[in-house]
Design a protein around this ligand. Structure first.
Ligand SMILES: Cc1cc2nc3c(=O)[nH]c(=O)nc-3n(C[C@H](O)[C@H](O)[C@H](O)COP(=O)(O)O)c2cc1C
Length: 192
């Protein structure tokens, strides 16, 4: 069921670091991204695929994790991502692609879920990641997708109307994600 897959497709931030994600799998996920809609069909997004542990270690320090969890500095060694997909904008083709990026990364993360993997979009990226990746001037980093086999439980919670939207962790380290209730976000139903 699509509904179940979408529910399962959460942001995961703790992984089995030593369980590799094959390059073929990363390529499959980018293929799903490629098939998404694109404004004016320009398709300005490009990708760098990484599953080499030594290179993963160079990317990791440049990422910001779970801003609402103030006491958590991000995944510890052994629970860090096993792979990354870096999403880039080719500025020769377009000066922005936020809608495209949402579509492509959702396709990609749904595909990861289907394969028993999990991921997290990371927009909090230090500018120095450009140098690590030795990017040409026309390529701009938009997001890094961290990927791997999740080792954390995530609970989707119905948020009380007007309640807090901040995600949080309970004493058992379950990550809770409040979602606004349907009746709060549908502001009109104009039925026939
Ligand atoms: C555009 C975008 C940027 C994000 N950037 C980060 C980030 O820098 N660090 C992080 O830990 N999570 C990041 N996230 C994950 C969000 O925190 C997460 O989507 C949100 O808490 C809801 O959880 P869910 O994805 O499981 O529904 C980002 C999500 C999106 C859509």
């Amino acid at each position: 069921m699509l509904y179940d897959l979408v529910r399962k497709t959460r942001s995961f931030r703790r992984f089995k670091e030593d369980e590799p994600v094959e390059m073929e799998t990363l390529r499959y996920l980018v293929d799903l991204a490629r098939l998404g809609g694109s404004a004016r069909n320009v398709q300005p997004l490009k990708y760098i695929l990484v599953n080499a542990p030594a290179f993963n270690a160079k990317i990791f320090p440049h990422l910001g994790w779970a801003g609402y969890l103030k006491k958590w500095a991000g995944p510890e060694k052994g629970e860090r991502p096993a792979a990354y997909i870096v999403c880039l904008l080719d500025t020769r083709l377009s000066h922005g692609a936020d809608c495209d990026l949402g579509i492509t990364t959702q396709n990609l993360l749904l595909g990861a879920s289907e394969k028993g993997l999990g991921g997290c979009r990371i927009a909090s990226i230090s500018p120095a990641l450009r140098d690590v990746l030795q990017l040409d001037d026309h390529l701009q980093i938009l997001l890094v997708i961290a990927l791997g086999k999740p080792v954390e439980a995530v609970s989707l919670d119905e948020q009380e109307a007007g309640g807090n939207i901040k995600y949080w962790r309970d004493a058992d380290q379950v990550h809770h994600v409040p979602k606004r209730p349907l009746q709060e976000i549908i502001i009109a139903e104009i039925a026939g």
